[in-house]
Design a protein around this ligand. Structure first.
Ligand code: AP5
Ligand code: ZN
Length: 214
């Protein structure tokens, strides 16, 4: 099964990706996590990406498309994958099509901007795995520690309110057009399109996902 998780920053893509990976046994391909790993390793890509990400801007289509194509070619993607945070622009979506990579389900998470700003203020992440928590809505078992490894959780550099608002602006300008792009793909019978109310509780969103994916 090949799935695209589409939605604003903080809409819950990473949170539900954890649930879907466990349930369907397919890998999560998070371009954000891949870039953060490159930053941590201090690679040339990481150094370049850090400036762009901290400013809330998008990394170039060329770099991102290259990363994703390389990742999808790996063996563990043969039975499917979960795209989280990609595609994010029309050229990125076109690149998938041009490379003959079909998608079974596109899932849009609908969440209002003000709720997102509030959510991001409480987000904590485990940098090693990308696991996501929220101090109130999805707390770890032990405060400040990852449930699986017990390692420290951190606050992402791009989660300051000013940068979150910039990222939301870019989402509306550059990513939101993918909603009508994939609705048209669904109308043409090339994929299935689902819109979810992402403001429900984490478990309620997961349950709805399980129902619609079967
Ligand atoms: P990326 O890492 O993809 O960030 P994003 O898309 O901005 O999305 P987030 O990870 O912020 O949110 P999410 O939807 O995963 O929400 P989460 O589940 O964490 O990208 C970062 C940067 O990398 C970009 O700005 C860009 O610079 C670059 N980049 C990445 N991909 C790119 C691409 N394709 N092209 C170009 N540049 C790219 O949830 C958020 C919080 O809410 C958490 O605390 C969570 O616990 C909580 N929460 C989740 N669901 C619920 C719920 N139902 N109720 C209450 N709280 C909830
Ligand atoms: Zn995420």
């Amino acid at each position: 099964m090949r799935i695209i998780l589409l939605g604003a920053p903080g809409a819950g893509k990473g949170t539900q990706a954890q649930f879907l990976m466990d349930k369907y046994g397919i890998p999560q391909i998070s371009t954000g996590d891949m870039l953060r790993a490159a930053i941590k390793e201090g690679t040339p890509l990481g150094l370049e990406a850090k400036k762009v990400m901290d400013a809330g801007q998008l990394v170039s289509d060329e770099i991102i498309i290259g990363l994703v194509k390389e990742r999808i070619a790996k063996e563990d993607c043969a039975k499917g994958f979960l795209l989280d945070g990609f595609p994010r622009t029309i050229p990125q979506a076109d690149a998938m099509k041009d490379n003959g990579i079909s998608i079974d389900h596109v899932i849009e998470f609908d969440v209002a901007d003000e709720i997102i700003v509030e959510r991001m203020g409480g987000r904590r992440v485990h940098p090693g795995s990308g696991r996501v928590y929220h101090v109130v809505y999805n707390p770890p078992k032990v405060e400040g520690k990852d449930d699986v490894t017990g390692e420290d959780l951190i606050i992402r550099d791009d989660d300051v309110e000013e940068t979150v608002r910039k990222r939301l602006g870019i989402y509306h300008d550059q990513t939101k057009p993918l909603v009508s792009y994939y609705q048209a793909e669904a109308d043409a019978g090339n994929t299935k399109y689902h819109k979810l109310d992402g403001t429900q509780a984490v478990d309620a969103v997961s349950q709805q996902l399980a129902e619609l994916l079967g």
